[in-house]
Design a protein around this ligand. Structure first.
Ligand code: AHR
Length: 324
């Protein structure tokens, strides 16, 4: 455990108290100078999440941070249990990617009372008390939805008839689903011929994306665009589109978010039409922020990741060097 008490103060305290042993700070435990981080991952619902997990594990190792990692298998209650166990283990810092935005105040208060700093990664919480966490590192999900919508507005300029969109939303109540929905809706207002004819939760997974798209295609044969809020749902939906005898990327244009390898391959093959990038490689920035907060340094409350977007030609060029 890393002692946040500075060496000078600690030495002073030890002399004054005449103690041979080291006094504990909120982190407690052994004083080996190493930072211990407890990370409560949401699950393994998508290619993005797999890349994110791998990057966090590799980055902790590279930064010399001892990582205690748990996978909540898509359940908020498991994330809460993991955070409580990290508090009990007196880790130096807790990081997590909250499944949904609400329901975190109690456990965040427990971490705060134990003096353990918390870093939100990837997704936000709706807590009204900003002192519950030190910083939030992740994408601007509203901007991602907006970029997807702006692409559709530009692409639809030449369209003669109605542009009927099916939207596959991410996990209900999650920050990316809420924010991408609002960013997209805001952007498509610019063209009244673009209409969302159906919008449903596809839980960010390939299997659910396929299942929901099968039903929505039957209910909305007029649909000619799919906005899937991540690549995995888009890839599942692509199978449903093909099974319905339609050509993805042509009969139904597809715009997604993430830009993982499988999505980029579909884009390069002409089955997707546009992808807005969401960067899962948050590990190096997270470890850097962890060192700073454990050290008692002040960090910006919001740290944004850099992201771009790809059309079919750009996907072909980017694919060979794509890391995830
Ligand atoms: O929170 C980020 C989102 O979660 C990614 O877009 C999605 O693929 C993942 O599961």
């Amino acid at each position: 455990m890393f002692k946040r008490v500075s060496a000078a103060i600690a030495a002073g305290l030890l002399v004054a108290a005449g103690l041979a042993a080291c006094g504990g700070d909120s982190g407690g435990g052994k004083d080996d100078g190493k930072i211990t981080m407890g990370f409560a991952q949401v699950g393994a619902e998508s290619g993005w999440r797999t890349a994110n997990t791998k990057n966090i594990q590799e980055s902790a190792k590279a930064a010399g941070i001892e990582l205690k990692f748990s996978d909540a298998q898509g359940k908020q209650e498991n994330q809460i249990k993991a955070i409580r166990s990290y508090i009990a283990q007196k880790v130096d810092v807790i990081a997590f990617s909250p499944k949904i935005e609400s329901g975190w105040d109690q456990v965040l208060k427990e971490a705060k009372d134990a003096g353990i700093p918390v870093i939100l990664t990837d997704r936000a919480v709706d807590s009204k008390d900003p002192s519950f966490y030190k910083t939030f590192l992740g994408s601007d999900f509203v901007l991602e939805g907006k970029k997807a919508g702006e692409w559709l507005v530009t692409d639809s300029k030449a369209a003669k008839g109605a542009v009927n969109v099916i939207q596959l939303e991410g996990t209900a109540g999650s920050a990316p689903a809420n924010d991408r929905t609002s960013g997209f809706a805001d952007a498509i207002k610019a063209d009244p011929k673009i209409k969302i004819v159906a919008s449903q939760d596809g839980d960010f997974s390939r299997a659910k994306g396929k299942e929901v798209m099968e039903a929505l295609l039957k209910a909305h044969p007029e649909a000619n665009v799919l906005f899937a809020q991540n690549d995995d749902m888009g890839l599942g939906a692509m199978e449903a589109i093909e099974a319905a005898g339609k050509k993805p990327g042509v009969d139904i244009k597809i715009v997604t978010i993430d830009a993982v390898k499988d999505g980029m391959t579909a884009l390069a093959n002409g089955q997707f039409n546009y992808i807005v990038e969401c960067n899962p490689l948050l590990g190096p920035q997270l470890m850097d922020l962890a060192k700073q907060v454990v050290d008692g340094k002040s960090v910006p409350k919001r740290v944004l990741t850099k992201e771009s977007a790809f059309d079919q030609t750009q996907a072909k060029a980017a694919l060979p060097s794509r890391q995830y």
